[in-house]
Ligand binder design. Structure first.
Ligand SMILES: [Zn+2]
Length: 69
């Protein structure tokens, strides 16, 4: 799942304003949740970055809220 409308900061690596959030795992205890969830750059593909005030737990709740609509 990719979440694209959170207005993240620009890419820390290349400065492009093309960041998107990727939620790889919904399971907080999993390695993928800790290492792969976060912001990725659409231009240079750097990531995952933990940016802004959105925690990965918030991301999971947001994703679930979308699924339940
Ligand atoms: Zn970049």
């Amino acid at each position: 799942m990719e979440l694209v409308d959170w207005t993240p900061p620009p890419c820390p690596t290349c400065g492009a304003d093309e960041m998107y959030h990727k939620l790889v795992s919904h399971i907080p205890s999993s390695k993928a949740f800790r290492t792969l969830n976060g912001w990725y750059c659409g231009k240079c593909h750097a990531g995952a970055f933990q940016l802004g005030n959105v925690t990965e737990s918030d991301a999971v709740r947001f994703a679930i809220s979308l699924i339940n609509k």
